[in-house]
Design a binder for this molecule. Structure first.
Ligand code: AKG
Length: 305
């Protein structure tokens, strides 16, 4: 317990002192919907809304247009990937095609601008209680397959940082047959449930439905079905899974924010010259972290996504 408290103290007040102070001094009032989502997130680790209610600013239309353009442009690559979607290869998500590959960070990109819009960044920062960093963004085209679940289709907790704030946006209708994102509420670090499920041996720390149900009953799981434009915010340190599409494909944008002290390296490339935003919190989100954090991680890479 003492070690845990010390690790938390060190994380927040030593490794994240500056972003914590900056946030405290510049905290903003959230909209009613954002405040509701933050409160849900703190309590359960997951919260769901729609782009109209949370954002209502036309950004989703831009996102959708760009995703449709990429889907058309990459149609033959997507179809080729579909053919190997049922193969199970350790540490590879064959069941999904990532439209952005490893993206090149670029402030003009709608995928970056979507992540950095005030509402999303304000909720991420308020959840962490500090300024946060953008670590990842992409668009998943998840294929409908009949293969057994593997990788992120099985229950797991992300290892990125003490919290992992993810924003998922559905770009296709997601019913039970399209592999909805699914979450075991209150298993996030702020949550009440501290027990952890048993793991499938050799799976890199993943659990089956039966193992998860021993900790959180099936009836309590949040299955985030929803129409196009559904927005899910979750702390993916809490147990989750998704993308086991059986009936139809799922298209989903997601982005990840962590503290500057996250051990995992960011999952995009930086161009030599990057135009930076003028807004203080967006600027912080895009400025690279001190490499000492990730250097330590590389020395003991035992984690999963
Ligand atoms: O595809 C999904 O819904 C699960 C995604 C996931 O596990 C993650 O982003 O950490």
């Amino acid at each position: 317990m003492y070690r845990q408290n010390w690790a938390y103290f060190r994380w927040r007040y030593i490794h994240n002192l500056k972003p914590w102070l900056t946030y405290k001094l510049s905290r903003k009032l959230l909209s009613e919907e954002a405040a509701r989502m933050l409160s849900d997130l703190n309590q359960k680790g997951i919260t769901i809304s729609t782009e109209e209610k949370l954002l209502g600013n036309g950004f989703f239309d831009l996102l959708e247009r760009e995703v449709n353009r990429l889907e058309r442009e990459m149609a033959s690559q997507i179809e080729a990937a579909r053919h190997s979607a049922s193969e199970i290869v350790s540490r590879e998500k064959k069941y999904a095609f990532f439209l952005l590959g490893t993206p090149q960070l670029n402030l003009e990109s709608v995928f970056v601008r979507f992540a950095l819009q005030d509402t999303i960044l304000d909720v991420a920062n308020a959840y962490f209680g500090m300024y946060t960093k953008l670590r990842y963004y992409n668009v998943w085209h998840t294929f409908a397959t009949q293969a057994p679940p593997s990788e992120s289709q099985l229950w797991h907790s992300d290892a990125d940082d003490r919290h992992a704030f993810k924003c998922f946006v559905y770009l296709s209708e997601v019913d039970d047959g399209a592999g909805p994102f699914t979450y075991a509420p209150e298993t996030h670090p702020k949550g009440r449930i501290k027990a952890r499920p048993a793991k499938i041996p050799g799976s890199g720390g993943r659990s089956t439905d039966e193992q998860m149900a021993e900790v959180v009953p099936h009836t309590a799981w949040v299955r985030a079905t929803g129409k196009k434009g559904t927005v899910i915010l979750a702390d993916t340190k809490g147990y989750h899974k998704g993308g086991l599409a059986r009936g139809r494909d799922r298209i989903m944008y997601d982005c990840l924010f962590t503290s500057q002290a996250a051990r995992r390296p960011e999952l995009f490339e930086r161009p030599e010259l990057l135009r930076l935003p003028s807004d203080k919190k967006a600027l912080f989100a895009l400025t690279p972290s001190d490499p000492k954090f990730t250097a330590e991680y590389r020395m003991r890479d035992t984690t999963q996504r």
